[in-house]
Design a protein around this ligand. Structure first.
Ligand code: SF4
Ligand code: SF4
Length: 237
């Protein structure tokens, strides 16, 4: 059986995400034919089984928007990898290098422009998660499928959402997974509950997918959204 074709494409950012994927190249090459700018020129006009996009989309850059739309059109499955591509991250609040204009929020998660199938947040994510997701897609089932499909429906996720949806709602079980996952030490345990240090939070969203409570909320919410959208399709509303 021939290997699937996988495109890895960087739209910009700090390059931490493409670098982190390099750590799993030996595993990727085992399961797919890999096409990436790191290994030479890539052709966006051919079809790919999977496209993994890193970096945010600059919505003031027609060239990048066009590239992203082409990638969506030519890929069976589109995966946003890393916080900038998935949930915006800290760059969601950046102005970019342009002269000050009314539009401040020019960088956005790629779901602002195209439909995304799966989104893996993290700054950068643990690259093994990409391999696990690809294996789940191949098998057609697995926890990562549900979780990262649910994240793709959320254009922002951060420690602030964790506090609002889990801790302040009394759903926290005090496991500490969020604190351990935070790359900037923006969460600390106080009396067995996480507390956010707002100025340290880079809005990467890692804590939200590591939290056993929040990840379930995301999955349940995405199922309800999907059910609601199929009902409205059936009823023509
Ligand atoms: S609290 Fe930490 S892990 Fe959570 S979004 Fe902020 S920086 Fe990321
Ligand atoms: S990961 Fe979730 S349940 Fe665990 S301590 Fe953090 S907020 Fe609470």
């Amino acid at each position: 059986m021939s290997k699937p074709a996988i495109l890895i494409y960087d739209l910009g950012g700090c390059e931490g995400c493409p670098l982190s994927i390099m750590r799993v190249y030996p595993q990727l090459i085992n399961i797919a034919n890999v096409y990436t700018k790191c290994l030479g020129k890539v052709d966006l006009d051919r079809e790919y089984d999977y496209a993994v996009v890193t970096g945010p989309i600059c919505i003031n850059s027609p060239e990048h928007v066009e590239e992203l739309k082409k990638i969506r059109k030519n890929s069976r499955v589109l995966i946003a990898y890393g916080s900038c591509a998935s949930v915006g991250g800290i760059i969601l609040y950046a102005r970019g290098g342009q002269e000050p204009r009314p539009e401040h929020r020019v960088y956005a998660p790629i779901s602002r422009v195209v439909r995304v199938d799966y989104a893996i947040p993290g700054c950068p994510p643990a690259p093994q998660m990409l391999i696990s997701l690809l294996n789940c897609i191949r098998r057609g089932k697995g926890y990562f499928l549900d979780l990262f499909r649910a994240v793709a429906l959320n254009p922002k996720l951060s420690g602030f959402d964790l506090m609002d949806e889990v801790v302040l709602n009394g759903l926290c079980v005090g496991c500490g997974a969020c604190v351990l996952s935070c790359p900037t030490n923006a969460l600390q345990m106080i009396d067995n509950r996480p507390d956010l240090i707002p100025e340290k939070c880079i809005r990467c969203g890692t804590c939200t997918v590591r939290c056993p409570r929040f990840s379930q909320i995301l999955i349940q919410r995405s199922r309800l959204l999907q059910k609601a959208s199929s009902l409205s399709r059936i009823s023509g509303v």
